[in-house]
Design a protein around this ligand. Sequence first.
Ligand SMILES: NC(=O)c1ccc[n+]([C@@H]2O[C@H](COP(=O)([O-])OP(=O)(O)OC[C@H]3O[C@@H](n4cnc5c(N)ncnc54)[C@H](O)[C@@H]3O)[C@@H](O)[C@H]2O)c1
Ligand SMILES: O=P(O)(O)OC[C@H](O)CO
Length: 307
Amino acid sequence: MQKTTIAILGAGAWGVALANLATANGHQVRLWSRRGGQTLQTVLQNAQILLSAISMQGVREVASQVQSFPLSPTTIFVTATKGLDPQTTLTPSQIWQTAFPHHPVVVLSGPNLSKEIEQSLPAATVVASQNQAAAELVQMVFSSPCFRVYTNPDPIGVELGGTLKNIMAIAAGVCDGLHLGTNAKAALVTRGLTEIIRIGRSWGANTETFYGLSGLGDLLATCNSPLSRNYQVGYQMASGKTLTEVLADLPGTAEGVNTCRVLLRHAQHHSITVPITEQVYRLLQGEITPRQALEELMLRDIKPEYN
Ligand SMILES: NC(=O)c1ccc[n+]([C@@H]2O[C@H](COP(=O)([O-])OP(=O)(O)OC[C@H]3O[C@@H](n4cnc5c(N)ncnc54)[C@H](O)[C@@H]3O)[C@@H](O)[C@H]2O)c1
Ligand SMILES: O=P(O)(O)OC[C@H](O)CO
């Protein structure tokens, strides 16, 4: 395929892993970090694809910085961030689309623990956009024998799958940290998926998307791997550490911590029942212990599985 010029914003674990995948395919990749190297203007010059792998806390600020520089009208935006904006509850793709209404925006999300991808272990992901041609171009850019990329027409569903599973991964870490067993973990992850779907539908996502790689796939990866920073938050809190202690030693960002707060606000505003999110929030706030969170979930009113 033709070689593409790609600007990757955010040189953290995920930005670097994605940069390596595109470089290995022969594309020209420029990586930007707020902590040095090339200027944003230089990195953006002639970029056909602008990929953001910035943590949620920086997305709005960086999107507004990018607005000050000239871009080709055909530049495709790709967002790989898994979070929700605390001020607006917008998703990262909604922020980029609002800032650049005439450009195609593609969401890249899936079961992608960066440490495994850096070792060239096999993995799959999803690129989702309402602009199919843009999604297909991004698919070509990143596909390789060890990284299989699927397209999907439901960007909000793909994005929310990756974002909401972080809260469930914190809960799964607690479950394993308390040694609650395989039955408990299966129940938690399955009810977690139900909760994700309930929220996702309120955002306009397709239910089916949550059964795919970016939903169930990412949920399984993150809830079962000690490589996940979100899982580590829950696991270490179950071992008696405070959130502050865990975050002090955590390598990189655990987006689920902030997502939980933003999501709970959204759920309360729209009267959506989110029992797992609620208990994770209270645990992160230091209001309850991991054991109390478990009791709260087990002692809820009994009910039909689906309603
Ligand atoms: N690491 C993974 O395995 C992985 C996989 C898929 C998706 N993600 C998602 O990708 C995003 C980044 O994750 P990561 O693991 O690379 O995190 P990280 O903490 O390693 O890196 C975050 C990057 O964002 C930058 N950043 C943060 N605030 C900024 C600001 N205000 N202005 C400019 N830059 C800012 C940091 O400098 C850093 O380069 C997260 O949303 C995460 O959920 C991570
Ligand atoms: O380390 P985490 O918990 O941010 O998870 C990384 C990816 O989102 C897994 O797909």
